[in-house]
Design a protein around this ligand. Structure first.
Ligand code: AMP
Length: 216
């Protein structure tokens, strides 16, 4: 977890590849629904364009369907959910029904100037969803994905006004989750202002430490 621009998507995608686990991003699933113009996409679109949260019932139902698929048997990396206490409770309940629980919550602590710089230059692949950045992580070929050759675009919610709103929503709705997971001894905070590779190494160390403690 962390504010918009903390690097949740970038880190979660790479970590999922390293650990060979599925990456489940509620934002990506919602954007997919919008591009397919599905019923869910139509319901979610206005909320997302305003920088508001999509109603809990919609997102929680969407996640419940996703974690019913067989590929999550060995676990998964969740990105963008939960976004408020209500969703955190719903997640605990969903996992409990499957005799499992959240292992680690990684909080990417990020300063405001870094957030603004990252979001205002972010580019996303329209085909595989990979993230790039105009300055920090430029693609090799202009507006073209290094991984799959797809066209890159700027997210409609990455504009100054919506970024401001998303930060407000984060502070009000999502930041109480820091305390929620801290109280449950699940939370691991790390500074995420550095380059993506440095942050990834810290996350991998945390994951290894957790895995080793589990083996003993
Ligand atoms: P993200 O890709 O995680 O930055 O999410 C982009 C937008 O999708 C957010 O600003 C919300 O409008 C919506 N969204 C993603 N995940 C959730 C969630 N768990 N609950 C409500 N809205 C969400």
């Amino acid at each position: 977890m962390g504010p918009p621009g903390a690097g949740k998507g970038t880190q979660a995608k790479t970590l999922a590849q390293k650990l060979k686990l599925p990456h489940i991003s509620t934002g990506d699933i919602l954007r997919q629904n919008i591009s397919q113009n599905s019923g869910l996409g139509q319901q979610a679109k206005d909320f997302m364009n305003k920088g508001a949260l999509v109603p809990d019932e919609l997102v929680t139902e969407m996640l419940a369907q996703r974690i019913n698929q067989p590929d999550i048997q060995n676990g998964f990396i969740l990105d963008g959910y939960p976004r408020n206490i209500n969703q955190a409770r719903a997640l605990d309940e969903m996992l409990k029904q499957r005799n499992t629980a959240v292992d680690l919550v990684i909080y990417l602590d990020t300063s405001e100037p870094v957030i603004i710089q990252r979001l205002s230059g972010r580019l996303v692949c329209s085909v595989c969803g990979a993230n790039f950045h105009i300055e920090n992580m430029p693609p090799k070929v202009n507006m073209t994905c290094d991984n799959c050759g797809g066209k890159l675009y700027q997210r409609t919610d990455d504009n100054a006004e919506t970024i401001k709103k998303r930060l407000q929503v984060y502070l009000k709705e999502s930041s109480p989750l820091i305390q929620y997971y801290n109280q449950r001894q699940k939370l691991h905070s790390l500074s995420a202002d550095e380059d993506a590779e440095i942050v990834l190494n810290k996350i991998v160390d945390l994951a290894k430490e957790y895995r080793d403690s589990y083996k003993v």
